[in-house]
Ligand binder design. Sequence first.
Ligand code: ATP
Ligand code: MG
Length: 273
Amino acid sequence: MDALRLKNVGYRYSDGTRALENVNIVIRAGERVSLVGPNGAGKSTLLHMLDSLYLPTEGELEVAGIRVDKKTAPQATMKAGLLFQDPDDQIFMPRVWDDVAFGPINMQLGEEEVRKRVERSMALAGVSEYADRAPHHLSFGEKKRVAIAGLLAMDPDIYLLDEPTANLDPASRRALVDVLRSLDKSIVLATHDLTVAFELTQRVIVLKRTVLYDGDLRGLMARPDILAEANLELPSIPRLMTEWKARSGRGFEVPTTMEEALDLLDRETAPSR
Ligand SMILES: Nc1ncnc2c1ncn2[C@@H]1O[C@H](COP(=O)(O)OP(=O)(O)OP(=O)(O)O)[C@@H](O)[C@H]1O
Ligand SMILES: [Mg+2]
């Protein structure tokens, strides 16, 4: 079964703003996809819709095989979990521990299972030490990590992540990428940071009210027109290696990650015997 299916989906806000138009996407169960595009492209709108919080105003949406409408939305929303772009929209309990526990308690899990999930996910998100603090006193990045812990504690089939790494310090960002990589779940990750996209996903969807590109990251690197149209910039490693390839006249495939780049440099610069 596919995780998400969108057919000719559109969304118009009540003030008439048309945020999405004619969106066609299929995401398989277990697939990880990046969603990129300029400010106002409709990324957050789309993620709300995939969590069945907004219903399409045009077209058809299926979440885990459920055709989403007013009646089925409460059931469909259980299949997915949304990390909001702004953690203040997500965190509301007076104590961090209770906030992370809110989802699992709502899922009617037993006390012991709730405790286990909360402790594990707080450790994964690096927020164990804030357990007794008041969320509204935390920094933005700390709040974002608390919200991530809350989502991990619920462990939905489909993770919908709106800018999960924005405002995280570099070590926390890397730790989060490792946690997300280890999950065997469907992930849709909205980001402006193509470095995270390269680290976490093969497939990227470029959105600007409608889908401009849907394919692998390597293919996107070869489309400067789309990168420009979507206000995107390649991360420094592929940018540097593309430039070196052009200057040196070498014929390699441009690496996208640090590991690939190091392997390539070893090969290309090894003294010939
Ligand atoms: N509640 C609302 N009412 C009316 N228009 C809205 C509402 N929320 C968002 N919009 C508009 O819908 C469009 C898409 O917004 P959205 O927040 O989905 O973009 P985004 O791709 O997430 O942008 P960003 O990269 O800045 O987070 C924008 O033009 C925005 O102004
Ligand atoms: Mg957004």
